[in-house]
Design a protein around this ligand. Structure first.
Ligand SMILES: Nc1nc2c(ncn2[C@@H]2O[C@H](COP(=O)(O)OP(=O)(O)OP(=O)(O)O)[C@@H](O)[C@H]2O)c(=O)[nH]1
Ligand SMILES: [Mg+2]
Length: 245
């Protein structure tokens, strides 16, 4: 049970909660209130971003799978391809590190620190968007590194991208299904490390398809650049309306 966001295990039975000594009933009502309020603000975000001509991409993954590295390389490659209208909202419990990495590339970035919170919510990104004052842009939102709670919080994004690095193991889609079930795209990162780990790329995809048959995959190495071209062309095509998301 996550006590900071109230995102409890919905599938745990009443008896199981008693057996584990987990308080319940009131918590479930609070969780439903939190999520429906979040969904309301997420709908507002979606409308506002559409009106401003912004497309938001919510990047979710466990800590360290390479979200910021992928963003850095993506920003550089999109710039080489002539697209520079990009802004980033960064979510971490502490530090300005990731926003600093993005700003060094000349791209506006707002850092949100969630302190004891384990995910971004729609209200947090709404005020960061106000601060950015952007229009006609690609807005990347890097969520807090966590393969569980961010799955439950719609931010108003057009595209949700789940990253999984090969070092995390090919069984992760089965163990953390909600994150994969709610995503549009699965980026498999750090494929340069495949020779050194037991992860199997086709087994990973097969496991991810078991929880979400609609997922689209990009396998890449953010540090070596393998697969980045295809990923960036996909983003540009979605922006241009040439490709379904
Ligand atoms: N070998 C290899 N290392 C990578 C790759 N992508 C990222 N890394 C490394 O993985 C580590 C974590 O990368 P970050 O980009 O900071 O990961 P993150 O997901 O943003 O981490 P949090 O924001 O803390 O959740 C760094 O040491 C990166 O250099 C990759 O494709 N291959
Ligand atoms: Mg990061």
């Amino acid at each position: 049970m996550c006590t900071t966001c109230g995102c409890g295990n919905r599938e745990m039975s009443h008896e199981e909660m008693h057996r584990r000594g987990i308080a319940h009933g009131h918590e479930i009502a609070v969780e439903q209130d939190i999520l429906s309020e979040n969904n309301r603000v997420a709908r507002q975000n979606r409308n506002r971003w559409n009106l401003a001509g912004c497309m938001a991409v919510n990047m979710v993954s466990s800590p360290g799978s390479g979200k910021t590295t992928l963003l850095e390389r993506t920003i550089e490659m999109l710039g080489d391809k002539g697209f520079r209208r990009i802004a980033v909202i960064e979510g971490d419990q502490q530090t300005e590190n990731d926003a600093g990495r993005i700003r060094r590339l000349g791209i506006p970035a707002i850092q949100i620190n969630t302190h004891n919170g384990c995910h971004l919510d729609a209200r947090m990104v709404a005020s960061a968007f106000d601060e950015l004052q952007i229009k006609d842009s690609l807005l990347f939102i890097e969520n807090v590194g966590n393969l569980v709670c961010p799955a439950m919080f719609d931010l108003g994004e057009s595209l949700r991208v789940v990253l999984l690095s090969v070092t995390e193991g090919d069984d992760k889609p089965l163990k953390y299904p909600y994150m994969f079930a709610g995503a549009d795209i699965c980026v498999i990162n750090k494929i340069d490390l495949l020779p050194y780990v037991d992860s199997d790329l086709s087994r990973l995809k097969e496991n991810a398809r078991k929880v979400n048959g609609q997922l689209r995959f990009f396998a890449l190495s953010s540090t070596r650049g393998t697969g980045l071209d295809e990923w960036c062309d996909y983003l540009l095509n979605v922006l241009a309306g040439k490709e379904e998301r």
